[in-house]
Design a protein around this ligand. Structure first.
Ligand SMILES: [Zn+2]
Length: 252
């Protein structure tokens, strides 16, 4: 068992939340037991994940999407009451890191998404430098947008939406996990031949056609499954804690 405060420090030192302007509090969102022996990681602090963490006898949950976001009313009713009540009843600590988890150069969502897809970043782009720009780790290129989208579909085991089936070879690839469709224009400006993110909105389909840059939406959840377990496993191994990643399937 390791003191909660030690674990909190380790996450904060690793992810440096003070460097980011974010949509919710990063770090310990809900205080639980003073000692931690087991961490469960997941993408979102949903009721299903909290129930699974209770069953797994976790002392802490580490997620990308926590409970608190800008724009909420602040009322503890409905789903918020259910989730909080279960955490508090079982004395489980909830850690949530949003943008700092996307950004970490080795363990974050974008770095791990790149690893999963065989891509290596050589630079960053976009607001708060969250976008990754690079190419295939083996130095090669994809025959075209369709080949890249098939590669993403297979690599993530997730359906993808592809706009602009450009025939030209694809070398420079930009990616940003989650709902980063608004990063598309910055990706184009940075010189990307294709952009991979979780979601697409209406305007991006037109930009993809008009700017001749492929847009691949691979699912918000599917694109953010890799950072939380990488960070939680890293910190767990620092202190000899048990770690388990629990994937609660989400088609969105
Ligand atoms: Zn997200």
């Amino acid at each position: 068992m390791t003191p909660r405060a030690t674990i909190t420090d380790a996450f904060n030192i690793l992810l440096q939340p003070e460097r980011f302007k974010d949509y919710g509090p990063n770090g310990l969102q809900v205080e639980g037991s003073a000692e931690v022996g087991k961490i469960v990681s997941g993408v979102t602090a949903s009721l299903a994940l909290i129930e699974a963490a209770v069953a797994a006898r976790a002392d802490a949950i580490f997620v990308h999407h926590g409970l608190f976001w800008r724009g909420q009313t602040g009322a503890v009713t409905g789903w918020m009451k259910q989730r909080l009540a279960l955490l508090l009843k079982h004395d489980i600590n909830l850690y949530a890191y949003h943008l700092p988890l996307d950004a970490h150069p080795d363990l974050g969502n974008n770095a791990q998404l790149g690893l999963q897809l065989g891509l290596t970043a050589t630079s960053r782009f976009g607001d708060q430098s969250l976008g990754f720009l690079g190419a295939k780790t083996d130095g090669g290129s994809f025959a075209g947008a369709l080949a890249l989208s098939e590669h993403v579909k297979k690599g993530l085991n997730s359906p993808v939406s592809l706009v602009n089936i450009a025939q030209a070879a694809i070398k420079n690839i930009a990616w940003c996990s989650g709902g980063a469709q608004a990063y598309f224009e910055a990706a184009i400006a940075a010189g990307a031949d294709a952009f991979i993110t979780g979601e697409i909105s209406e305007p991006q389909a037109h930009y993809a056609r008009e700017m001749n840059v492929a847009f691949i939406a691979c699912g918000h959840h599917a694109s953010e499954r890799y950072g939380a377990p990488a960070v939680a496993a890293h910190v767990a191994s620092q202190f000899g804690l048990v770690h388990e990643f629990i994937d609660i399937d989400n088609p969105a």
